[in-house]
Design a protein around this ligand. Sequence first.
Ligand SMILES: [Zn+2]
Length: 86
Amino acid sequence: MTVRCVRCNNVCKPGAVLSAFDLEFVCLECDDMERAHPDYDRAATAAFAALQRRDRSFRGIGRPSELRPLVEAVVDHRRPAQERNF
Ligand SMILES: [Zn+2]
């Protein structure tokens, strides 16, 4: 089964992870971007708490606008790092 990253549409390598923000599959590159986000700890804590209480309806705290979906994320990768919004 091929899993594609919801952010950049790259084929996720083995080891792709769930986003802590919206619990979608993201590739390792997008995961790195996520981990650099100031709200990552809050998102990860909330996701872990939901897991602990077996809350299957929990969909994350929501993706910050800086972590863009699909097409915009591809554009984002091409921009120099200093222009990124975090
Ligand atoms: Zn990605």
